[in-house]
Ligand binder design. Structure first.
Ligand code: APR
Length: 234
């Protein structure tokens, strides 16, 4: 089977009703990023940060995967697929994707405040017990915190994302402004000669190489990618 790696960002989930981060009405307009998505913000006001992610977790229960997520999942019938996502929602998995690398963590998981990347202390929350409160402790006795990679923190799964590109036959980028590194740099590891497709309704600047741009939303764009390009690759 041919191998496809798909890098997704907030735009992938926009049609499910989850806000993107940047651009008009983006999440970072409403919530200062340095308060809710940095270790310094967490140290300064852990209650505010826990509350922000509690709210986002509750919102995740109210939304469902969109056609774009479904089409990505269906590619597994014909291709070996790795989804590398910057999204912390679980909509790829809920649509049926089985091989998802969450570069920026997972909203439904919590971890230790002392050792956020120690998987021994990572727990998955259940839909009927979504909230994390001050005083809730991880197995190492530290405050439970969201299993989210904040700005300034390392991105341990970047190595796995880079490894997934070995022998790749096509690379697809969906719904990311490519502002945040190292995720945005994944494109630089795609071997020369491998076709790259980018699905986004807005202009995204991409350096370095030839990219076939599909200027559409995730659902329509995925359909066009399959109809016009991927059927040739099978
Ligand atoms: N379909 C596809 N793409 C869309 C859609 C849609 N329906 N609507 C908007 N977009 C595009 C926007 O044009 C933009 O290019 O989605 C992209 C969203 O960009 P950002 O909001 O910057 O989100 P993202 O690139 O995922 O952000 C990266 O930044 O704050 C951090 O950790 C956070 O993972 C996030 C990272």
């Amino acid at each position: 089977m041919k191998k496809i790696v798909i890098l997704t960002g907030a735009g992938m989930s926009a049609e499910s009703g989850i806000s993107t981060f940047r651009g008009g009405g983006g999440l970072w307009d409403e919530y200062p990023v340095e308060q809710v998505a940095t270790p310094e913000g967490y140290r300064a006001n852990p209650e505010l940060v826990l509350g922000f992610y509690n709210k986002r977790r509750r919102q995740l229960l109210d939304v469902v995967p969109n056609r774009g997520h479904e089409l990505v999942a269906q590619l597994e019938k014909d291709f070996e697929v790795t989804v590398v996502t910057q999204n912390v929602d679980n909509l790829h998995e809920r649509a049926g994707s089985t091989n998802v690398i969450h570069l920026h963590g997972e909203l439904m998981k919590v971890c230790s405040s002392l050792e956020p990347n120690n998987m021994e202390y990572v727990e998955t929350l259940s839909p009927d017990n979504l909230d994390v409160r001050l005083g809730d402790l991880a197995a190492d006795g530290s405050q439970k915190r969201p299993f989210i990679v904040w700005f300034g923190e390392s991105v341990p799964l970047m190595e796995d994302a880079i490894s997934s590109l070995r022998g790749v036959d096509a690379f697809v980028i969906i719904g990311t402004s490519l502002n945040v590194y190292p995720a945005a740099g994944l494109l630089n590891y795609v071997p020369a000669g491998v076709p790259v497709y980018l699905i986004d309704p807005n202009e995204v600047s991409v350096s370095r190489r030839d990219v076939t741009v599909i200027r559409k939303g995730a659902s329509e764009g995925m359909q066009q990618l399959i109809d016009d390009y991927l059927f040739l690759l099978k």
